[in-house]
Ligand binder design. Sequence first.
Ligand SMILES: O=C(O)/C=C/C(=O)CC(=O)C(=O)O
Ligand SMILES: [Mg+2]
Length: 242
Amino acid sequence: MQETIQETIQETSALTQGQLLPMASSRNLNRFWEWGRKIICVGRNYAEHAKELKNAVPTEPVLFLKPPSAYVREGSPVLIPYYSNNLHHEVELGVVIGKPGKNIEQSRAMEHVGGYALCLDMTARDTQDKCKNKGLPWTLAKAFDTSCPISDLVPKEQIRDPGDVKIWLKVNGSLRQEGSTSSMIFPVPFLISYISKIISLEEGDLILTGTPAGVASVQEHDEMLAGIDHIISMKFKVEKQS
Ligand SMILES: O=C(O)/C=C/C(=O)CC(=O)C(=O)O
Ligand SMILES: [Mg+2]
């Protein structure tokens, strides 16, 4: 862990004084996934993906959450939950919050970005379909352990415009997904502003910004390779939950 004991004490004292948000600090975001912060996911943010799953193109962002226990890092496998026979990959640009905020103006939203990450929103599609049919939340489909593979932090300076990068994913060497973030229905500054009016944003929170078209199944022993342009890539093996 990079942060100092002093930073941890400052944060703890802010929380014990009943404040909602930790005091601003200069914590190093490099290992943000270890902080136990929120993973806020945006769904149906690319028209072609909304259409491929026969959903209407949304007029407001669709939001759901994953717990921090969903994180998995390269070197560990992505697990197919025991109750699913149709685990889908969804490659997404992740936005890591570097400065806390509530009711953030769109014009100031980028000041709250601390960096980016390449993310997969692994989805038990058969379970999600059952949940949708019954009007139930998507927790079993989206929030299980290893449902959020992530890359290292991409420093903010490496992505000059989060609305103009290519994200892609291959399975066993075959290209499955390739899309530009320029096709997002709701761009990153809008999402940060919109979310912050509902959920307070804290340092180390991660926003998954939605997936382009091409989502499909992975099987046991498959290898997923994903990237943001030539900026970063990551590889994950798929295994069955034992
Ligand atoms: O509504 C559905 O059938 C599925 C929606 C999603 O899984 C949404 C996403 O997670 C996304 O678009 O990235
Ligand atoms: Mg998704």
